[in-house]
Design a protein around this ligand. Structure first.
Ligand SMILES: Nc1ncnc2c1ncn2[C@@H]1O[C@H](COP(=O)(O)OP(=O)(O)OP(=O)(O)O)[C@@H](O)[C@H]1O
Ligand SMILES: [Mg+2]
Length: 260
């Protein structure tokens, strides 16, 4: 029996013993590029720690990660699994290198992914603590991030690009206010903000996918903030009145001294 088969057998035994429901166990077993050995072991640990009670269906397959619906400690969760096989590390290291919180990150592929997952967890925690609408982070283990599920009845809220809010002006104002709070209270620049990484719950925007966010002292923080502003303004330009880019930039940054 191969190593992976042995792992799966152990995983099956443990999930059965713990009464953990897996929606599509067979699919999981054949999806080797997502559920590789490391991922199976991490899932096994999360099940063992009772952080996962159910692994539901897939919500999304992105460039670097797969997101699944799940049930955690008596609450719905999103299970985000960074793929160790096919992740885009060149672009990841651009964000991690230069961030003083991750100065000791080894270049090794796996370590980079683990650091990335941890970074998304800590970025979510900082944003959440600052009062911004983001999924509350629940737990992480290696390349797996567990967070609050943003949706209803197992269906994730739609991305903003697929939503039709009644009052775009209010949404724009809320997003730009969140960018300011993110910068000043959480001390983060999102760095990939767009209608793809904002969900719409019917009343408010929710910011997601915050793994690449950097602190204001990151060498590219200004460039990333300018890009975020341009992206948001581009999306809202023909939907409501948008603010002047420079004025918005100055308002967000305020008195903060940026290292250029
Ligand atoms: N906490 C959550 N609750 C509900 N749905 C979520 C949650 N997080 C992510 N999703 C869903 O999964 C999709 C992808 O998530 P996210 O943007 O974080 O990853 P990604 O774009 O695939 O990341 P990457 O591009 O780095 O691979 C989202 O658009 C959303 O539909
Ligand atoms: Mg995304």
């Amino acid at each position: 029996m191969g190593k992976r088969d042995a792992l799966i057998e152990r995983f099956d035994r443990e999930t059965e013993r713990m009464g953990v429901r897996i929606r599509d166990a067979d699919q999981m077993k054949v999806s080797e590029n997502v559920f590789d050995d490391i991922t199976l072991l991490s899932l096994y640990r999360l099940v063992h720690k009772k952080k996962i009670q159910e692994i539901g269906g897939p919500i999304s397959t992105g460039k670097e990660a797969n997101v699944f619906y799940g049930v955690g400690e008596e609450m719905p969760i999103a299970i985000k699994i960074y793929r160790i096989q096919s992740a885009n590390f060149r672009s990841m290291s651009e964000y991690i290198v230069g961030d003083p919180r991750f100065s000791s990150v080894k270049r090794a592929k796996k370590d980079l992914i683990f650091a990335w997952t941890k970074k998304e967890y800590s970025n979510l925690a900082r944003a959440h603590d600052a009062g911004i609408r983001v999924p509350r982070p629940v737990h992480f283990d290696r390349n797996i991030l567990l967070m609050e599920f943003m949706g209803e009845d197992e269906v994730a809220y739609p991305q903003l690009r697929l939503s039709r809010p009644d009052d775009y002006q209010a949404v724009y104002d809320e997003i730009t206010a969140a960018m300011k709070t993110l910068f000043n209270e959480a001390e983060l620049v999102h760095a990939d903000l767009s209608e793809f990484n904002i969900l719409w719950d019917g009343e408010h925007p929710i910011i997601i996918d915050i793994g690449q966010a950097v602190t204001p002292n990151h060498p590219k923080a200004i460039a990333f903030l300018v890009r975020d502003i341009k992206n948001i303004n581009r999306y809202f330009a023909n939907r409501c009145t948008v603010r002047d880019e420079e004025e918005l930039f100055r308002d967000i940054v305020g008195e903060h001294r940026m290292e250029i």
